[in-house]
Write a protein that binds this ligand. Sequence first.
Ligand code: EPS
Length: 384
Amino acid sequence: MRYLTAGESHGPSLTAIIEGLPANLQLDMQQVNFELSRRQQGYGRGGRMRIETDRAQITSGLRFGRALGSPLAISIENRDFANWQDRMSPEGERPPELARVTRPRPGHADLAASLKYDLHDIRDVLERASARETAARTAVGAVARQLLGVFGVTVFSHVLSIGSVSASLTGELSQLREAAGKSPVRCADPAAAAEMMKAIDHAREEGDSLGGVFEIIATGVPAGLGSHVHWDRKLDGRLAAALMSIQAIKGVEVGGGFALAVLPGSLVHDEISYESEKGYFRLSNRAGGIEGGITNGEPLVVRAAMKPIPTLYKPLQSIDMDGHAPFTAMVERSDTCAVPAASVVAEAVIAWEIACSFREKFGGDSLAEMQSNYNSYLKMMTDR
Ligand code: EPS
């Protein structure tokens, strides 16, 4: 499977095209819209989210809710476009009085991409570099999730830290999922969540922004997705790339991640056990469900670190590209913290990668063919 997205933040709409879905997969658009609304929530977002109520519209590939096996085209309208038509119209002449954005913001794609693409209005860059694009990826992930749902795979996330406030967590995965779902910062530890919100309020007052760390967990993933045989087929590599491609993500861990580097091997590797009903299983899951680039049947656990959003009310020094004068820029509108939203996007990209590895392993042009391949594989595994 593959997908493309298109769309500028204040342009008419976002578009995604997915290719390679099995025919006859039933898609519930309410579920897609539910994921879009989850991405829009979270304590710390700015004014834009009051303008947008993201809704996915399917324009191809679906008939009466059933996938045709043809490309699925998804469109999400940018309601804010109504306020930006004069500056973002795809057609017509550029108004002569329209000012160019010439002051690149540190931490954004502004300067590097303006130079690289020979663009003289930074708006030509920032509109596409914006994290608005993640709405399209969330819709794509919501489709992937429905394919995974057929095979009993679930993907969820929770926030581990925002700024210097960290959660202390205990309990089952299902409790973690439920508690995170109820929290405005998507953190399963209510005491830490309250502190995180205070930290966000404080950062907002200071004109500053906050990053954080979140974890994505997938359950029901069968052993045998991904491969050890070649670098670009290793599932951990693909998951890491998918997470790193999300705007503002600066670090990724699989399983125990960086913490494993300080431990002796005897405390790191997950011992193998066997029971006739369960088959093979691990006595711990520090590997995060992947060994040798292949899923091992344990829950898949990955984490990502998001840097603080670089659009600051508190200005940072930069250079005007018109005349090279130094300046310190103020911005008009931004999010203070988008870590909870990014965790929802991360679920989407992880769901997509797992769904892709399912398609590679079990193939099939129709869902029934894919299911039959899946079932015969599971049967083969239980005989081992
Ligand atoms: C973003 C800046 C803000 C965010 C936006 C990402 O938008 P605006 O500049 O219109 O206020 O709200 O996020 C979204 C629109 C979204 O849907 O997540 C940026 O510069 O990346």
